[in-house]
Design a protein around this ligand. Sequence first.
Ligand code: SF4
Ligand code: SF4
Length: 105
Amino acid sequence: MSHLPPIAHTQLPDEPAVSCANCAACCCQLEVILLGDTGVPQRFIGTDAWGGEVMRRLDDGWCAALDRDSMRCSIYAQRPLICREFEMGSAECLDERRGMAGIYR
Ligand code: SF4
Ligand code: SF4
């Protein structure tokens, strides 16, 4: 019987926890329909093909209200209902993060 030293156990790195803090605001490229009186500043509001109010998106695809330096919402306290209800870690959130996976490489 041999007395070889135990094989070192290699720890695989943990998957980074899903957090808005380590996300490139993936969900802020989705269309956000505005419902009712939202308090969103007019300069961030656009119109969809049916005349409804939506968050305006710029040529890069992200919402006009997204601060491009911090990649955080610049109107967080006044953000639309749809944004408030978009849950971090939900299936939709994970889908958006997967869709932009190239950003994390
Ligand atoms: S909710 Fe999800 S997709 Fe949106 S910024 Fe946070 S982690 Fe990213
Ligand atoms: S309003 Fe804020 S949270 Fe909503 S899509 Fe725009 S930047 Fe993101």
